[in-house]
Design a protein. Structure first.
Length: 396
């Protein structure tokens, strides 16, 4: 397929957005064969039937690199509690938070979990998402953790979207292991990791005072390394626990949230090649006041991704376009940084080198937009200008 008369936000060519005016993009099978100015289209493609995009913007397919879309129940009651003054930690310690979703998820069948997750996946797909990360972490015991991972895999089979799974049993200590976090890691987290290895693309954890300390997460990461699995980490969200530095020491794909990260953390992440994932939906929902140290990440050269963190409690957000706007408005990212954050840097946060840019050899995951400038994607709120979505070379 040949697409012509498009503005290409390649993130591969020089200049802002890697923008190519009056561009063309050739696709063979699932890959981009060529991308660049129409005037420089290779002879082999001249005369081919083409789709004229009429000056529309083409970007890489969007990538939501941090979601929790498989879960049971909802937590609207906690939303009310927060508005009445309760903190995230107070809700969690009172039996709410992650624990309430764990109870609902354990009771839900695989089909019920799939039905709910598909509605959230469809909302993201409808905004141009072509790659979607999905975490477990609401089971906290073997059967439900594996059920969640199976549901995540099924989403990738039932919808035209690439799914990457993250195993997040180290999300919270379940009530049956109250006060015995180390035993939970030894008896559940690590054994289930071995059992579900074929369902797992990466291993994640929550390093926080209400979850696990660095020594405990370090043991989880060591087990992941023994299985050849990459790691990610929820780090420095509510306090500075040393999670970002731990992630860097383990060569993590990403450290996510990072509101309480330091300039030293940024330097360590830059040296390790660890992506900083900005999650403005959680910052907004929790009415946080300390934003991630974006300038420190810029200064250190840390790639910054942006994701929805779609989950039932701290970020009930199923719009990556809104997450881009929030990242700009709340964290002061530029529109170019926000778009890079849901394309090239989000791909890096998932360890996927074959997408996120428009260049020859890359996977033909594309989004075509009815906009005049790339900045419009982050500028507008509650507006979806998607014209077409192409996943692996197929318009869908």
């Amino acid at each position: 397929m040949l697409y012509t008369h498009a503005r290409l936000a390649t993130f591969a060519a020089p200049g802002r957005y890697g923008l190519v005016e009056d561009g063309a993009l050739a696709v063979e099978g699932e890959r981009i064969a060529w991308a660049g100015p129409l005037a420089e289209l290779p002879q082999a493609w001249r005369g081919q039937e083409a789709e004229d995009l009429g000056g529309r913007l083409v970007t890489p397919g969007l990538i939501d690199c941090h979601t929790h879309i498989v879960f049971g129940g909802h937590r609207a009651d906690e939303f009310e509690m927060r508005l009445e003054g309760a903190s995230y930690e107070e809700i969690a310690r009172a039996g709410g938070g992650i624990g309430s979703t764990v109870r609902a998820t354990r009771l839900a069948s695989e089909d019920v979990l799939l039905e709910g997750a598909l509605t959230r996946a469809d909302a993201l797909i409808g905004e141009g998402v072509t790659t979607l990360e999905i975490k477990s972490g609401y089971g906290l015991e073997a059967e439900t953790e594996l059920r969640m991972l199976r549901v995540a895999r099924r989403i990738g089979e039932l919808r035209p979207v690439t799914v990457r799974t993250s195993y997040l049993a180290a999300h919270a200590v379940p009530p049956e292991y109250s006060g015995r976090a180390d035993a939970y890691i030894d008896e559940i987290v690590i054994p289930v990791m071995h059992e579900g290895r074929g369902l797992i693309d990466a291993v994640d954890g929550f390093c926080e005072g209400i979850a696990f300390d660095t020594a405990q997460i370090g043991r989880v990461f060591d087990a992941a390394a023994s299985l050849g699995l990459p790691v990610k980490l929820h780090a420095e969200q509510l306090s500075h626990m040393g999670g970002a530095a731990l992630a860097a020491r383990h060569g993590a794909l990403s450290a996510d949230h990072l509101e309480h990260a330091s300039a030293e953390d940024a330097a360590a992440m830059a040296a390790a090649g660890t992506v900083a994932v900005m999650l403005p939906g959680a910052y907004y929902t929790l009415r946080d006041t300390q934003a991630p140290p974006v300038q420190a990440f810029r200064d250190a050269g840390v790639p910054m991704a942006v994701a929805t963190d779609c989950n039932p409690g701290s970020s009930p957000l199923a719009s990556l376009l809104t997450a881009m706007n929030m990242a700009c408005t709340l964290f002061r990212l530029t529109p170019e940084e926000a778009l890079a954050g849901v394309t090239v840097h989000a791909a890096k946060a998932l360890g996927l080198a074959d997408r996120g840019t428009l260049a020859a050899g890359q996977r033909a995951d594309l989004a075509v937009w009815d906009v005049e400038t790339p900045a419009e994607l982050a500028y507008r709120i509650g507006w979806n200008p998607l014209h077409a979505r192409i996943h692996g070379g197929t318009k869908c």
